[in-house]
Structures are given as C-alpha cells and as structure tokens.
Ligand binder design. Sequence first.
Ligand SMILES: *Cc1c(COP(=O)(O)O)cnc(C)c1O
Length: 413
Amino acid sequence: MAFLNDNYLKLRAGYLFPEIGRRVNAFCEQDPAGKARLIRCGIGDVTEPLPAAAVEALRDAAAELGHRETFRGYGPEQGYPFLRAAIAGEYRQRGLDVADDEVFVSDGSKCDCGNILDILGPQNRIGIPDPVYPVYVDTNVMAGHTGEADAHGAYAGLHYLAGDAANGFVPPPPAAGEPPLDVAYLCFPNNPTGAVATREQLAAWVAYAVEHDTLLLFDAAYEAYIQDPALPRSIYEIPRAREVAIEFRSFSKNGGFTGVRCGFTIVPRTLTARAADGSRHPLHALWNRRMSTKFNGVSYPVQRAAEALYTTAGKAQVAALIAHYMGNAAILRNAAAGAGLRVFGGENAPYIWAQTPAGTDSWTFFDRLLREQNVVITPGSGFGRAGEGWFRISAFNSRANVEEVARRLAKVL
Ligand SMILES: *Cc1c(COP(=O)(O)O)cnc(C)c1O
C-alpha cells in the first residue's frame, strides 16, 4: 500500500475560491433572476483580451514551428536567451543590476512561489504576511513546514506578519529581540489589500534581512499597477537586496497572460544560504538544477509572446490595459469610500480592500452582497485571520460592470 503525503491532510478544507464557487452556484440555483444580474468582482483574473503584439507573436511563432527549417523542439529549461535578455534588459534600463542568466523563465509565478521550497530546508523559521495570497501558506503546509491549523486557520510553526489599518497593511519586520526569521515572504503591491511598501518600508525589510541572514521572497506580480513613481517596483531598487532577495514576476496581470502562462524568477548570483553543516552556497546553482531536472521550459510561442510585451508597441498596449483596470479601481474605490467604508488599495493595485460595515464578518457580508446586490466579492478572511472583517473588490472587469457595481455598492451600505 502506498502512503500519501500526510501534510495534505492538514490543509483546511475548501480553498477560498472553490468555497466562493459553491456559494455562488447555490445562490444561482435558488434565484434565477439574481443569477441573471450577477456581477463577479471576486477571482483575480484579468478580463480584457491579449495585447495585439502578443497575439501576433504567438501566431508567427506557431507558424515557425510548422516549417522544417524553423521547427524547434525542447528549449533551454531556464528560458530562451531572447526572453531572458529582454527581461534583464528592462531591469537594467531601470538602473537595476540583473544579469540575463539570473532570470529563470517559467509557466507562471504561482508555480515558482511553490516550487522555490524545493531548494530550501525544512528547519527554516518562516514569516508570512497576513492577509496574503494563500499560496505561500498552503505550499509550506504541503512541504511539511507546519503543524496543524487552529480554529482560525493559523498553522502552528508559521510566523504570521499581521497587517492592519494601523500599519496600512504593510507589516514591519519582527522587532529586535524576537527570534529572527530565516525566510520571509513579501507581496507588494499586495494581493488582497492593494497596499504597497514605500522605499523606507522595503529598506527596513532589506536591512532586517541583511542583519539576520533572512531570505526574502518578494512577489511583485502587480508591479505594473504602481502609479506613484516614488514607490519601488522591484526589491532590487533597495541597496543590498541582491544579497538577500529572490523576486517573482509574472506576465499574468500586466500582459493578461493568466491563460497563456508565463512568468519568471530572479535569483541573483550573489544570494547564498546555509547548508545544515553551516557552509554557504549560492542558491542560483540550486534553482538552476531544480529547473533543469523538474522542468522542460515554457513553450516557444509563449516566450515569443512574452518578448513582444517588451517592444514599443507591446509596452503601449500593456500601458493601455493597466490604465483600463486602474480606471476601474478608481471608480470602485470612490464608490466604497463614498458609501462610508474604510478603504485601502486601489491606487497602485487592481484591488480595493474595504472594511465590512458595522463589524459584520467577511463571509456574512459576502452572502449579503451576493443575495441583496448580486455582486460577488472576496471575503477577506479567506486570505488569513487578519483579513477578517474586510473584503476585496477586484478591478478586473469591464467598465460597464464596474459602474454598475459602484451603483449597487452605494445601495447596500
Ligand atoms: C496572480 C498572482 C500571481 C501570478 O500567478 P501566475 O501563476 O503567474 O498566473 C502571483 N502572485 C500573486 C500574489 C498573484 O495574485
């Protein structure tokens, strides 16, 4: 008999989005009129079509594969040189030190955020923001880095970094005297709160990491949404970050690649971690080995499509997509604030994070908005205990839907 991975049994039943789906389906069955009016501002998936530059590149690359002279089989596991150069070149244009071979192209940053645990030891003390994208917690549970969950869904063995209205949902590093973290996840602009760390706040994390020999896992999936030029878009804008940080990026939210699948991870050659015997080794070599062994690269047409996002036309098309979603975000943010709710986010991120009225819990408010206004939002408690009493509104939608949601929000509150 085969034994299973018991860690999977520790996972809390009903990952957030399946539970939302279950409640929405049940509602639609019992209220067909409500079903017809339903507007989804829940799941963080893009809605607008692919930029034309990416579509053309996909088509051209597919045609190349159809001719003997230009056919390609397996590509390099780390990504084609043309895409690694385009990505690193963009960093260097911003004055940041990233070499082509420090870029690892993948089929998306959700995978990388989980896979990175392959090269890290089981004994790390791990800091995870709360609330945050649930993938960091769940992949650590699967890897056996935690104990059981308590009644609030908090796992023994993880160190939660609580965001709240007082810290603007940008948790500071642990105070002096607390046991130091070996690994800390950071996600800015944040999913779900839309909060972005300032340069000073990020510098405090890098200083902490340098002092305590902490590895920072920086998820910058939404960097393209940052409007304020003073806010850092990459952890490598902070001096010495190359000694302490891995950065995850994705084409999902800027280029609309959620269904195309492409992202990348930057592992600086200057980044090291300890072996159990205390010796230090570069993580770059381990990640390279991990990708070579367990991954066979992203498809050629998809990498050509990602490359096209770095052309002049591609950049203009991406900018137009971002402008559309950020226009939506402004409408939703104003609607929620106008209804008297306390709001964060929506200014440098496609998510608005709002406090439920009168201390209602997140799921009760979710049900109420679904029943009374036929609007689907995401309950904040699904992103961690500190998200209780809050909800996330996604700006990924058509303008017409967003304007209608703004009208409905004014009625419910
Ligand atoms: C959407 C998202 C990603 C990107 O995931 P992909 O696998 O590249 O589609 C990564 N991190 C966060 C926080 C996200 O919301």
